[in-house]
Design a protein around this ligand. Structure first.
Ligand code: ATP
Ligand code: MG
Length: 783
């Protein structure tokens, strides 16, 4: 952005930025500048009589909010930009709820239950109610509770209308409404909110306290929302509450990118926006500025196959670009090698840097083979999602101490640390405390502090241990008032015994736990320093907890300009862009997911997800699939995803023998065919990929138990031969032969050595480089 930043917009975008007299909806395809419109509109408002604290901008990730803020800061100065109310729905509402907590019966110190805390509480309740966990699976009960909250249905509402909310589950899980009620009460008892509560209680706050709502309506004179297609009913309703008077609301979105219905997102929010806000001015943007013409046309041809959508023309005036390359691999391992080879090749031939590449997959588990391939090559990468830093056990333990000190009523934190580090307080004792607390409607902490009042009578030993724990926490609580987050944080880590616990030996696990705790301490220290710079010298532990309780790995500050290949799920890639994108695992039952079943709606959502994936690419896009893949502990055969056929063949470069519309391909003529491994192997790759088949044993254990052998492949076991002086000759494996290996694909035998069980062959694989295989274990056929 510069002084003439309005000139950097096309006509449609400019009109959308300049229209500020009423509600507006920008509905447009991927890469057409929706986020740019929001960013420039905020800069424009700031230059036209709006104060930063009068603007509420809601984004889907903290990362998106940060990027937007940085751009605006360059235009209007960091000082002004800092005061914008910009962030995710959850983080903004958390901020409001901290101030207004008393209005809804919480203290301002309330803590947040993350997904695993919620699940653990659901599990406890199921247990206490004597229900069968096989029928009442904690995960699915939790999902139902979450769904109810996202539709603003309270336990009372749920019980009153069980037909609507339980459907066919009513018969199977009649107790679900009681679990929900107990769960609700227990969270209140613990002065804790789960993620969904942050939305639900904000709605309740505004609904039941018109004077509070009026204050925020007056403050937020302009409301802007990015990725509106992925809002749920609760989010939509809160925006409606806030915008009711002035109706200065601008939302941008793309119905074709609605991909969160499993979390309650409702595409109708965007489809019916003009009905809810009758005076809405609608802007449509059609020019894509991100991708080559080929990528845009390919994405258009894909999304056309969906019935339920707002038809849009999206075009690009960038260069035509190359067809989307499709790679076929024999196995997931070979898929990893193919992708990594291609990255190496493009980096060499077109001078890309590592951060120009992204590998996108449908499920987190797919990242492992790519990680292995990159680690072997020494290529730098960064994985988003998966097990986030804040989900690691040692970090959760420390955070649980922090939480309990800030809010002693926090039940999940209490249960997590009452006997960590081990202090001899067993499950039976904890069970008694829970039972007494539940019976008397008090928190576990209350029961611990006044055992006799609540009918708890422990023997002397147990009583002393419980008292020791209580005194420890009380001593920290006393420190919280006078110490900043860093001081009290380090004191807790030291005096609770956590540091001793992780330093008891030098095992790699403990070293890594220790490093993670040190990293957390650095995080607290950075946080205090940052707040200090902003003029806030008294940073409390509560401030720190509010900051981290909603963070995910995706939001880490360490991303950005790192020179690293990005690995992430397609879901997390929404809104982002990369020069080169690999969408991997394009197989039936993976993408589209096997969960789709017969549901046309679910299939359309998967297709939108694929649309999101392709449209992240600026210059090159590649799709790959594997014929076999290790999943759930066994080898599975895959067939290419039906979505590959949804893309107009003219925009694809297919491998041979896929059966993916090759006739059309021949007719089209001008697109080059290429075998999956039609690019050269780097010498470096050959060296580092040198590995014996024994590496199989590095796969997770369950994956090597009874590996199934593909139908057309013999499992070659030389030792099975009655006479095996030379297994190589027994198998007739000879130098120069071509083989097809179950995981590494096509290769040529370049050397055979050793006898019997020790017989080995060196095979030069087309994509996986040279490998030395112990023939006893090798799984290939001679072709
Ligand atoms: P998505 O649907 O993926 O969220 P989007 O519609 O939000 O995409 P942006 O991310 O705002 O699109 O823009 C896509 C890319 O195009 C960005 O790199 C942006 O800077 C660029 N861009 C947008 N509008 C223009 C323009 N008028 N001139 C030049 N570049 C533009
Ligand atoms: Mg965007």
């Amino acid at each position: 952005m510069n002084a003439n930043y309005i000139e950097e917009l096309n006509e449609g975008q400019r009109a959308a930025v300049l229209y500020n007299d009423g509600p507006s909806l920008v509905i447009a395809g991927a890469g057409s500048g929706k986020t740019r419109v929001l960013t420039y509109k905020i800069a424009y408002l700031l230059e036209n009589n709006y104060q930063p604290w009068n603007i509420l901008a809601l984004t889907f990730t903290n990362k998106a909010a940060r990027e937007m803020k940085e751009r605006i800061a360059r235009q209007v100065g960091a000082q002004r930009a800092r005061h914008l109310w910009m962030g995710t729905f959850h983080s903004i509402f958390l901020r409001i709820l901290h101030v207004e907590a008393a209005n809804i019966g919480f203290t301002s110190q309330f803590t947040i239950y993350d997904t695993s805390d919620s699940k653990s509480l659901v599990r406890s309740i199921i247990k206490e109610m004597g229900l069968d966990e096989k029928v009442y699976k904690p995960g699915s009960v939790q999902a139902r509770i979450s769904n109810a909250k996202n539709h603003l249905v309270s336990p009372a509402g749920y019980a009153a209308n069980k037909e609507a909310y339980e459907g066919d589950c009513a018969a199977k899980m009649p107790a679900i409404r009681d679990i929900y009620r107990r769960y609700w009460e227990r969270c209140r008892q613990a002065d804790a909110m789960d993620f969904d509560d942050l939305l639900f209680y904000t709605f309740i706050l505004f609904r039941d306290h018109p004077e509070v709502l009026a204050r925020y309506q007056e403050q937020f004179r302009y409301i802007l929302v990015d990725e509106y297609q992925d809002t749920n009913y609760a989010q939509h309703s809160i925006v409606l509450q806030l915008a009711k008077g002035h109706q200065h609301v601008c939302v941008v979105g793309d119905d074709a990118q609605s991909i969160y219905s499993f979390r309650g997102a409702d595409i109708d929010n965007i489809l019916y926006f003009t009905k809810v806000y009758p005076d809405t001015k609608v802007f449509k943007l059609e020019q894509n500025y991100r991708s080559t013409q080929t990528i845009v046309c390919a994405a258009n041809s894909l999304i056309e196959k969906n019935q339920r959508q707002i038809r849009k023309e999206v075009f690009s005036e960038k260069e035509k670009g190359e067809a989307i390359g499709v790679f076929q691999a024999y196995s997931d391992v070979e898929e990893g090698d193919i992708v990594i080879n291609k990255i190496a090749e493009l980096r060499r031939s077109e001078h890309y840097v590592y951060s120009d590449f992204a590998i996108l997959y449908r499920t987190n588990a797919q990242s492992r083979v790519f990680e292995e391939a990159m680690r072997k090559r020494g290529m730098p990468y960064r994985i988003y999602g998966g097990l986030s830093f804040y989900q690691r056990k040692e970090i959760k333990d420390v955070i649980a101490y922090f939480r309990l000190v800030v809010n002693p009523n926090d039940e999940e934190a209490f249960k997590r640390i009452i006997n960590y580090p081990a202090r001899g307080i067993g499950e039976t004792t904890v069970g008694k405390i829970i039972a007494a607390a539940t019976e008397n409607n008090v928190s576990l902490w209350n029961a611990l502090c006044e055992p006799l009042t609540y009918g708890l009578n422990f023997n002397k030993g147990t009583h002393t241990k419980l008292q020791g724990f209580r005194d420890l926490i009380v001593s920290f609580i006393e420190g919280v008032a006078e110490k900043n987050a860093y001081e009290i944080g380090t004191e807790i880590i030291r005096q609770s015994g956590i540091i001793n616990d992780v330093c008891q030996d030098n095992s790699p696990e403990n070293l890594s736990r220790k490093e993670n705790i040190e990293e957390l301490v650095n995080g607290v220290s950075d946080f205090c320093a940052m707040r200090l710079e902003e003029g806030n010298p008294n940073v409390s532990l509560t401030d720190f907890l509010s900051e981290v309780s909603l963070l995910t790995d995706q939001d880490s500050d360490k991303d950005g300009d790192d020179e690293k290949i990005t690995l992430m799920t397609v879901h997390s890639a929404k809104g982002l862009e990369f020069k080169n994108v690999f969408v991997v695992g394009m197989e039936e039952n993976l993408f589209p997911s096997g969960m789709v079943g017969d549901s046309p709606r679910a299939l359309e959502e998967e297709r939108r997800l694929f649309y999101v994936a392709i449209t992240r690419a600026e210059e090159h896009c590649f799709l790959s699939y594997a014929r076999t893949r290790f999943r759930y502990g066994k080898m599975e055969f895959g067939s290419p995803s039906r979505f590959l056929k949804d893309i107009d063949i003219r925009f694809l470069r297919l491998p041979q023998d896929t059966g993916l519309g090759s006739k059309v391909d021949e007719e089209a003529g001008h697109f080059r065919r290429e075998n999956s491994g039609g690019f050269s192997r780097s010498p470096h790759a050959r060296e580092s990929l040198y590995n014996s088949e024994k590496e199989t044993s590095q796969r997770p254990k369950q994956q090597i138990i009874a590996p199934s052998v593909p139908r057309n492949l013999k499992r070659v076991t030389p030792s099975a031969s009655p006479v095996a002086p030379s297994s190589a000759s027994a198998m007739a494996v000879q130098q120069g032969q071509l083989i097809e290996h179950e995981r590494f694909g096509l290769g040529e035998v370049i050397n055979v050595e050793g006898n019997g069980d020790n017989a080995k062959a060196t095979i030069r694989f087309k994509n996986a480089g040279d490998k030395q295989l112990l023939l006893r274990f090798a799984r290939f056929k001679i072709i």
